[in-house]
Design a protein around this ligand. Structure first.
Ligand code: FRU
Length: 506
């Protein structure tokens, strides 16, 4: 890019990742889930369609496999499955982002054809009495050509002084920008409000650089965790949808669990107050490993969501030690059905399917059965489960995955309770963090459709057309590739199974 000046920190990161990536064997990465070029990855950032390709940036620390001051890693793809790593896009090199780094944010194409990155700078704002730095979060901009990005000389472009009185300057992050039809810009940003819990604030701008505070769109008021992170606000199927990632949640039935979770609020923006009137609230994904969602409106009109396929409380040893850590979940197409958010793997995934295998009307009973050619660790599996005899429903149906003599994971449906449970207790993890999760299946039907997407070290389950989703990473050795089925009672099973092949970047 004309006039682009690479800082020392950026030049160092770029030369390091180029050298070190050669030490990572392609087959030690997942088949189609994005992983960092080298080192650590957390949240997806700057998800955009720009000059004929999807761009996905991510929270990145090239030098370590643990969190450290944040850079922005960068990858591009034509189909959201075959990713090509580009050079590190942002490094912590300015006073306003040097302490914690370049935190999460988003991207948009400007009318002059440049790509704007809007991110949070985690800078230092003085010291405490004990000498420790006080973090200060502001919103910053960088402008580029899709490869190199120059930080804007007017940074920061938004600071906490514009927030409602009593809001925190230490917790003010993760701007998500979009353009309105009239060409003006909006951004939602996560903030800690005067009550010390999360609030989502809306800013407006004519040029994407000069911003004014507009209003508070949604307040947590200590209901769902404490601080909210990574907001996204969009309209979909006649509703307004707010996605956030709350920290420090408390459990509520099978809907929310302790720790960092995800929350989807479906409702409508009140015409007078501009606040989001809540109609339904639910977890976005009920598994263990799904956080920090971000969506994009694809050129064909699809609302596509990506997320970090990890959990902040379980970052030690969840997959075999290597030179990279963290992966993105399969991108998902979103819709709203009966007031609920529905998700389905992007249709491009079907292009990776090979060697279809069908088994119809298989009777499943207590003894686990294996079906011809139904095995593997990179698999798209579609199951239809129903009682063999309508009058006599089964009590429990279990799918055993990534299985050998020693290891397995399971997906277990109990129609009488209407619950679906996922477990990786025996998946080979040596750490004591959460290994199983449950969710309610709306209507507790006796007939259940499951789509299960496996990719080396992850399991993503989509229930009844995507009304629920559960995502888990598994550390299981790759030779554990059996898939079996068992049932308490008698069930009929239809199976459609495909191998998924490595996507080609052409
Ligand atoms: C969410 C998050 C964001 C922040 C980033 C820092 O996982 O905490 O709120 O911008 O990670 O890496």
């Amino acid at each position: 890019m004309n006039g682009f000046v690479e800082s020392d920190a950026l030049a160092k990161a770029r030369s390091y990742e180029e050298r070190m990536e050669a030490f990572i064997d392609r087959k030690d990465r997942p088949c189609f889930h994005l992983t960092p070029r080298v080192g650590w990855m957390n949240d997806p950032n700057g998800f955009a369609y720009y000059k004929g390709e999807y761009h996905l940036f991510y929270q990145y620390s090239p030098y370590t496999t643990t969190w450290a001051p944040m850079h922005w890693g960068h990858a591009v793809s034509k189909d959201l499955l075959a990713w090509r790593h580009l050079s590190c896009a942002l490094a912590p090199d300015m006073p306003y982002d040097k302490l914690g780094g370049c935190f999460s944010g988003s991207a948009i194409e400007l009318p002059d054809g440049h790509l704007l990155l809007m991110y949070t700078g985690a800078g230092e704002n003085g010291r405490r009495k004990d000498g420790s730095p006080i973090e200060h979060q502001t919103q910053c901009a960088a402008v580029g050509d899709g490869e190199d990005f120059q930080k804007y000389e007017g940074n920061p472009i938004i600071d906490a002084s514009s927030l409602p009185e009593g809001s925190s300057a230490e917790n003010f992050r993760d701007p998500k920008i979009w353009r309105e039809e009239d060409g003006t810009y909006r951004a939602v940003i996560a903030s800690m409000g005067p009550d010390k819990s999360g609030q989502i604030v809306l800013y407006r701008s004519d040029d994407a650089f000069s911003w004014t505070f507009d209003r508070v769109v949604s307040r947590n008021s200590w209901r769902y965790g404490i601080m909210w992170e990574c907001p996204d606000l969009f309209s979909l199927d006649g509703k307004d949808v707010l996605l956030v990632s709350p920290q420090d949640m408390l459990p509520e039935g099978h809907e929310f669990y302790s720790g960092n979770g995800t929350l989807c609020i479906v409702g409508h923006l009140d015409e007078e107050t501009g606040e989001l009137v809540e109609e339904t609230l639910a977890s976005i994904d009920h598994g263990t490993d799904f956080y920090a969602t971000q969506t994009l409106l694809a050129p064909d009109g699809r609302r596509i969501m990506v997320a970090w396929m990890q959990n902040w409380d379980a970052i030690a040893g969840s997959i075999p030690p290597q030179r990279w850590f963290g992966q993105m979940a399969t991108p998902r197409e979103l819709s709203v059905r009966d007031g609920r958010l529905c998700q389905w793997p992007i249709r491009e995934l079907e292009g990776l399917r090979r060697n279809r295998v069908d088994h119809r009307g298989v009777v499943v009973t207590r003894k686990p059965i294996e079906l011809g050619s139904v095995r593997g660790r990179v698999v798209d599996l579609l199951l239809d489960i129903r009682p063999e005899d309508e009058e006599n429903p089964y009590q429990e149906f279990v799918v055993w995955l990534a299985q050998n003599e020693r290891f397995h994971s399971s997906v277990r449906y109990r129609p009488e309770h209407g619950t679906l449970e996922m477990s990786r207790i025996h998946a080979g993890c040596r750490r004591a963090y959460v290994h199983h999760r449950k969710c309610d299946v709306p209507g507790a039907p006796t007939e259940l459709n499951l789509r299960i997407v496996l990719d080396n070290h992850s399991i993503e389950v989509f229930v009844n057309g995507g009304i629920q989703a559960l995502t888990m990473t598994i550390p299981t050795e790759l030779s554990a590739e059996r898939i079996t089925f068992s049932c308490r009672g008698r069930a009929m099973l239809d199976v459609e199974k495909y191998e998924l092949v490595e996507p080609k970047d052409d």
